[in-house]
Write a protein that binds this ligand. Structure first.
Ligand SMILES: [Ca+2]
Ligand SMILES: [Ca+2]
Length: 468
């Protein structure tokens, strides 16, 4: 069995892949209790997912009890020093009130790598890396402050920068995997939202970029199965506090969690034996796209693609090939005959092929043109035909419409895998999801959350083939 696996280096996967996210409802001023716990912003002493008056009241009670020598209420003491002066006292109560009112000058928090940061909220020039951070800036309504993006979103600037003047002026940071620091410094950023989770790379960026806070939010880890406590949701909320858009961030998180609950409510009772068997893979650098290759990527339990499948009510066939491979890491390379064989326990009813065109490493992968700036499906159709014609694939699936080629946007945007899960659910469990229209959901994400009006993914984007 060992020979069937080739370890995939996580960093390489990040460079090629990325993450996604979604949403709805214009964010009003209503304060949402988004549920969940563990938001790592200093001042969140009650340990839920916000910094609000309840935290101030709780810390005041704690201080009062300490002063009187009484037993204080339980608080998250590690996050109590809201003003970052090294002490926990009444000034932190005041600071919590200031944060809750949206007037804090700094936000003190742990980033997506658990590193302590204190970031100025005086932000006028934003740099955003990759699709997830760029889309988050759209969602939070701060796109007018984004002055620079890296290669991948820059190549899609017709979509991401709807304002023509801004589109003409936005700077291309090119590869933020190996940045040109002199160039990036010339853009005079106040904050850079990084995509890479490499703490060394992020530390180098912080050291080399002048007067710029380098913030790794952690959007790469949506954890769809426990989304409310994920780095992804916490990253959105942290950005809300940093950018003064808490209500909007909470509304978006509320939408994400609502969509996931809707999907999982319908799929949670499907008996394991009745779940469609699915290979979650990618098209490029694979047996499916290259006659010289014998291996394919299989995404497992920890990857958003594997999690989207579980939300959609599917059974991941990597689990049948190797439980250990399924549970460890994010993906494994498997030999084609580990999937396509006579073993009755290992079979695929469906195959979904993720694609990436513009990478974080600032390269373009040819032959899979897709996304929000093209409606030409010819690459996807060609890929679909090629993959289906590879030996054993047709025998495995039996029907060609059980093979799908899907856009990287479904994973690498800011929908946290929700859109991907919705498309998957419609395809593999359509009888359970007669009332689900993933295209309408996707259009809602674009219009109500990204804020792009007059756009229809059906006619203006390349998302998934065959269409759903
Ligand atoms: Ca709180
Ligand atoms: Ca303090």
């Amino acid at each position: 069995m060992d020979s069937k696996f080739i370890a995939i280096i996580a960093v390489a996967a990040v460079a090629v892949i990325g993450i996604a996210a979604f949403v709805v409802l214009s964010g009003g001023s209503e304060h949402k209790d988004v549920g969940g716990y563990g938001l790592e912003i200093f001042g969140n002493v009650d340990g839920d997912n916000d910094v609000d008056s309840k935290d101030a009241e709780l810390l005041q009670k704690y201080l009062n009890a300490k002063e009187k020598g009484e037993t204080p209420p339980s608080i998250t003491l590690d996050l109590a020093d809201a003003n970052d002066d090294g002490k926990v006292d009444s000034k932190d109560v005041d600071e919590i009130k200031t944060i809750a009112s949206g007037k804090a000058k700094y936000i003190h928090f742990l980033d997506g790598n658990q590193q302590e940061m204190r970031v100025s909220t005086d932000i006028n020039r934003i740099g955003a890396e990759y699709f997830c951070n760029t889309e988050l800036c759209m969602i939070l309504g701060v796109m007018d402050k984004v002055v620079a993006v890296d290669y991948a979103p820059y190549m899609q600037k017709e979509f991401y920068f709807q304002d023509e003047t801004q589109r003409a002026n936005v700077k291309n940071m090119v590869s933020m995997n190996s940045p040109d620091y002199d160039m990036v410094n010339s853009f005079e950023l106040d904050v850079l939202f990084t995509f890479s989770y490499d703490p060394d790379l992020n530390a180098t960026k912080q050291a080399k970029l002048v007067d710029c806070d380098v913030v790794y939010l952690g959007l790469y880890y949506p954890n769809l199965l426990k989304a409310e406590n994920s780095d992804y949701v916490h990253g959105i909320l942290k950005a809300g506090y940093i950018l003064g858009k808490v209500d909007r961030a909470e509304a978006y998180v509320d939408w994400i969690l609502g969509q996931l609950n809707y999907l999982m409510d319908k799929t949670k009772d499907i008996p394991e034996a009745d779940k469609p068997h699915v290979l979650m893979t990618n098209y490029q650098n694979s047996y499916l796209s290259d006659e010289t290759r014998t291996n394919m990527t299989a995404y497992g339990y920890n990857d958003p693609q594997g999690q989207a499948l579980l939300v959609a009510g599917g059974h991941n066939i990597l689990q049948d090939i190797s439980e250990e491979a399924y549970k460890s890491g994010y993906s494994k390379a498997v030999q084609y005959d580990a999937v396509f064989n006579d073993d009755p326990k290992v079979y695929a009813d469906y195959i979904f092929c993720h694609t990436v065109q513009y990478t974080y490493a600032a390269t373009e992968m040819k032959g899979v043109s897709h996304g929000y700036c093209t409606n030409d499906y010819s690459d996807f159709i060609k890929a679909w035909n090629f993959a289906y014609d590879r030996p054993l694939v047709a025998d495995e699936l039996g029907t060609k419409d059980h093979l799908h080629i899907n856009s990287g946007d479904l994973r690498n945007g800011c929908s946290g895998g929700v859109l991907l899960a919705a498309y998957l659910a419609k395809v593999i469990n359509g009888d359970l999801f007669e009332d689900l229209d993933p295209v309408a959901l996707h259009n809602s994400y674009v219009k109500d959350w990204l804020g792009v009006s007059g756009y229809d993914v059906t006619t203006q984007a390349v998302v998934i083939y065959p269409s759903v």
